[in-house]
Ligand binder design. Structure first.
Ligand SMILES: NC(=O)c1ccc[n+]([C@@H]2O[C@H](COP(=O)([O-])OP(=O)(O)OC[C@H]3O[C@@H](n4cnc5c(N)ncnc54)[C@H](O)[C@@H]3O)[C@@H](O)[C@H]2O)c1
Ligand SMILES: [Zn+2]
Length: 356
């Protein structure tokens, strides 16, 4: 079955519909220690299917997206005699969806899998697109496979227990999707405040639904990242470099914050190389500054940041630093190459825009 996306705040009836189509022999629910507390009881109360399923719990946090948690899931599936026609329902953020997706893809060469993302980031990004993985030997997502879940059930009812940090992290990926789509979509994302994610406002939900569809569309056209899917790296080359710098400074920043700043850096590069509109750049920079603050870098950090960008695994070789850039919202430049001088100049403008 191909990945089906469901948007519904009537989660119990959607689960029933999805499970009826799959018709599994046994049902397992994977949660982490936080979603076991914040989400599972409410689902167990409303959904007979979840109430009757065998629950598997892994410790929360990206540090636990590892082989130990994975083998815990495989062990439980084995102990409970899960068969090829069993179903694993992942109820959690990106960690649960990534690890559960990989466990389901590999146990007995693959069992059914459904994602119910409970963070904004997982709803708009991690749960959709079929990338599954665990971290290994300190390397993120080192072991994994591409495998789409049978279905993804997205609902905003879970977001109310997320903290502001997590909401902002997810919203950065929404800004990225909107920039990939069109002027109109970008203006729409700028109109809301990230915190609107906590309210079940219809207009916001419609925007969320369209936003997830942008990623789903890109993935459908290029499931294994041979071409178009690179568009999803917008903001990520510079973003990853800032993330790594923050790790070296022993004060890690959340991925979504790094992406928000990375998007501004990429928009600057886009305006330098491809005439991306300066009005749009300023709208983006102001939104990011207002909601995410600024990350403290100075010209002394530029050579190291550029080195980190050079090491990005998406570069074809060490002489080229490639970026996914834009001529305008919706108009992609997938394999843009920038020189160290251009990146340095872009970082200067970024610091100006952010008031650093
Ligand atoms: N597969 C992909 O395409 C893809 C894309 C982006 C990110 N990711 C991965 O996703 C992970 C990050 O996702 P994330 O930010 O959702 O992390 P996460 O799963 O760790 O969730 C963040 C925190 O929120 C808690 N939580 C989850 N739902 C909650 C709820 N409703 N209420 C209260 N707390 C809740 C979690 O227990 C955790 O402590 C990373 O491992 C990243 O590598 C994967
Ligand atoms: Zn990202």
């Amino acid at each position: 079955m191909k990945q089906e996306l469901y948007f519904s705040n009537e989660v119990a009836s959607t689960i029933e519909e999805v499970v009826a189509q799959i018709n599994p022999s046994k049902i397992f629910v994977l949660v982490d220690t936080n979603t076991a507390y914040f989400v599972l009881p409410q689902l167990q109360q409303t959904s007979q299917i979840i109430a009757n399923a065998k629950v598997i719990t892994i410790p929360a946090g990206d540090l636990n997206k590892n082989l130990e948690s994975l083998s815990l899931v495989w062990r439980e599936l084995t102990l409970e005699s899960a068969s090829r026609s069993s179903l694993l329902i992942n109820v959690g953020g990106g960690v649960v969806c990534d690890l559960g997706g990989f466990a389901a893809a590999t146990y007995k060469r693959g069992i059914h899998c459904v994602n119910i993302p409970t963070t904004l980031l997982a709803a708009v990004d991690a749960a959709v697109g079929g990338k599954t993985a665990v971290n290994f030997q300190g390397l993120k997502n080192q072991i994994g496979v591409f495998r789409e879940p049978d279905a993804v059930i997205i609902s905003s009812i879970f977001f109310k227990t997320l903290n502001q940090h997590e909401i902002l992290s997810g919203y950065a990926e929404m800004i990225k999707h909107a920039l990939l789509k069109s002027e109109k979509e970008f203006a729409r994302v700028m109109k809301f405040s990230p915190i609107d994610s906590l309210n079940n406002n219809d207009e916001y939900l419609e925007m969320l639904r369209d936003n997830v569809a942008i990623k789903a569309d890109v993935v459908k056209k290029d499931p294994t990242e041979k071409g178009l899917r690179k568009a999803l790296n917008l903001g990520h080359t510079a973003g990853h470099a800032l993330e790594e710098l923050s790790l070296e400074r022993k004060n890690p920043i959340a991925h979504g914050y790094a992406v928000a700043w990375g998007l501004v850096i990429d928009a600057v590069l886009s305006s330098m190389l491809f005439n991306f509109s300066s009005d749009t750049l300023h709208t983006l920079a102001n939104f990011v500054k207002e909601n995410y603050g600024a990350y403290d870098i100075s010209c002394k950090d530029y050579p190291h940041l550029i080195e980190l960008m050079r090491q990005d695994k998406k570069n074809p070789d060490a002489d080229h630093i490639t970026f996914s850039l834009l001529k305008a919202p919706g108009k992609l430049e997938l394999d843009a190459v920038a020189t160290s001088e251009q990146i340095s100049a872009a970082l200067d403008i970024f610091c100006d825009l952010m008031g650093i």
